[in-house]
Design a protein around this ligand. Structure first.
Ligand code: ADP
Ligand code: MG
Length: 240
């Protein structure tokens, strides 16, 4: 599903990603963890070209997205992204947030888009909110709408960048539970998170980034029980 080869990203003379190579299989759930500023968001954003790599290649579904000839907007239709801050359309109802892109970008009829939108709202436990506006929702509800909105495009790949970091503690679980349910559906996911218990439970693989390098990757058991590098040990000691 994703292949990354010798990826570098530089902002000015700040080298933020240093020679990252990895791949993610279809259906795999990968959590990306590491200290603040280690390049996690930048890495995730390179996977849908929200950031343009300085060097290296990224393939999504066998399409080289770093090749200028690739139609990136087409590839992006298959990638859902959920951010720390939800970026819902504030002037649209919850249901309109979900139907907008499927109608606009995919040409779905209103009827189809609304039917699917309602199914997704049921999935994230927000059926009763379809006519509400984002400003009248809690943080956890907003984030669940953002996830449903991304899913409305029927992506093959979902990217999450700290989806619970902006939430009050009591709302973290409701969002993590929605993501956990998704993990069992066979969709491919890459999740940047500081929720170690969640990462351990839900991931097929952990990637540990430190100072722009992919220092370790392995199964959650391997990584959490027996981290190979001192950097990872130190990190885990601080967060666990
Ligand atoms: P993380 O998500 O792990 O906290 P980021 O990927 O956000 O790390 O940032 C890694 C480094 O890249 C930081 O030093 C940050 O200041 C820098 N950085 C990120 N985005 C930009 C940008 N758009 N312009 C300049 N520097 C950036
Ligand atoms: Mg980040």
């Amino acid at each position: 599903m994703i292949k990354v080869e010798n990826l570098y990203k530089q902002f000015g003379d700040n080298e933020v990603l240093k020679n990252i190579s990895t791949s993610i299989e279809s259906g795999e759930v990968v959590s990306i963890i590491g200290p603040s500023g280690s390049g996690k968001s930048t890495f995730l954003r390179c996977l849908n070209l929200l950031e343009e790599p300085t060097k290296g290649k990224v393939w999504i579904n066998n399409q080289d997205i770093t090749d200028r000839k690739t139609d990136i907007s087409k590839v992006r239709q298959e990638i859902g992204m959920v951010f720390q801050h939800f970026y819902l359309f504030p002037h649209m109802t919850v249901l309109q947030n979900l139907t907008y892109a499927p109608m606009r970008v995919k040409g779905e009829s209103r009827e189809t888009a609304e039917k699917k939108g309602r199914e997704l709202l049921a999935k994230v436990g927000l059926s009763e909110k379809e006519s509400a506006y984002p400003n009248n929702l809690s943080g956890g509800q907003k984030q669940r709408v953002a996830i449903a909105r991304a899913l409305a495009m029927e992506p093959k790949l979902m990217l999450f960048d700290e989806p619970t970091s902006a939430l009050d503690p009591e709302m973290v679980k409701e969002v993590l539970n929605v993501i956990k349910d998704l993990a069992h559906t066979g969709i491919t996911m890459a999740i940047v998170t500081h929720e170690m218990g969640f990462a351990r439970e839900v991931s097929d693989r952990i990637m540990f980034l430190d100072e722009g390098k992919l220092l370790e990757e392995g199964s959650p058991e391997e990584f959490f029980k027996n981290p190979k590098t001192t950097r990872a040990k130190d990190f885990l000691e601080k967060v666990l």
